[in-house]
Design a protein around this ligand. Structure first.
Ligand code: VGL
Ligand code: ZN
Length: 210
């Protein structure tokens, strides 16, 4: 407790999918352990949005799509730097499905991203070209939804970029840190945290809400 929630506050659960959980293609350490907490958090909110990383086979973010490249290498693409990942969250695969323990009933909106074969999309709002919107900002505004609370996977990639873009779009953004887990590649977890603080993202604990 501590933070009183308003009726328009919205919980956005980022990419809580099999491939980001232990046993998955791009497993985040302990990624599955947040599922019960995320389910409890959902009960506190009138509005819940789920996002889903949703790549076509051969996606440009896959190392396998680039000759001589290995997963976790950084390359330059037309739209900027891109980490190359193992093949993950291929559309309609088991890996792309939500973790089976995730409560999905109350989600009023599910946003899929990363479906353009040529452009990756970490953020729930904008593709990595920083130009193509997913439509989420407009959907939230049309519904009159206000403060955005983020949880899910991965803290230092899709949660981070979503929270930063939320602020850029004029939303008040909160990241529920203990309801996230990080990939932590080359110090990305600490860097993400520092940038979020600098840009005015509120970093909170689930204790503030439960
Ligand atoms: C993600 C890397 C690649 C994420 C998605 O959900 O954080 N990370 N695709
Ligand atoms: Zn991805």
């Amino acid at each position: 407790m501590g933070l009183a929630l308003k009726p328009t506050d919205t919980l956005i659960v980022i990419d809580l999918q099999n491939d980001f959980c232990p046993g998955g293609a791009l497993a985040v350490n302990d990624g599955d352990t947040i599922v019960p907490l995320v389910n409890r958090l959902q009960q506190q909110f009138r509005h819940v949005v789920l996002t889903q990383d949703w790549h076509p086979a051969g996606h440009i973010s896959f190392a396998s799509a680039h000759p001589d490249k290995q997963p976790f290498e950084l390359i330059q693409l037309g739209y900027g730097p891109q980490v190359l990942w193992p093949d993950h969250c291929v559309q309609a695969s088991t890996g792309a499905a939500f973790h089976p323990g995730l409560e999905t009933t109350r989600a009023e909106l599910m946003v899929r991203k990363g479906y353009n074969p040529q452009v990756d999309s970490y953020s729930a709002f904008l593709d990595n070209d920083h130009a193509t919107p997913t439509g989420l900002a407009g959907a939230l505004r049309e519904r009159g939804l206000g403060r955005l609370f983020f949880c899910g996977l991965a803290y230092d990639y899709c949660v981070f970029y979503s929270a930063v873009d939320a602020v850029a779009q004029g939303f008040e953004a909160y990241v529920i840190e203990d309801a996230c887990r990080a990939i932590d590649l080359h110090g990305s977890k600490a860097a993400a945290k520092q940038t979020m603080v600098e840009l005015g993202v509120h970093l909170i604990s689930s204790d503030d809400l439960l």
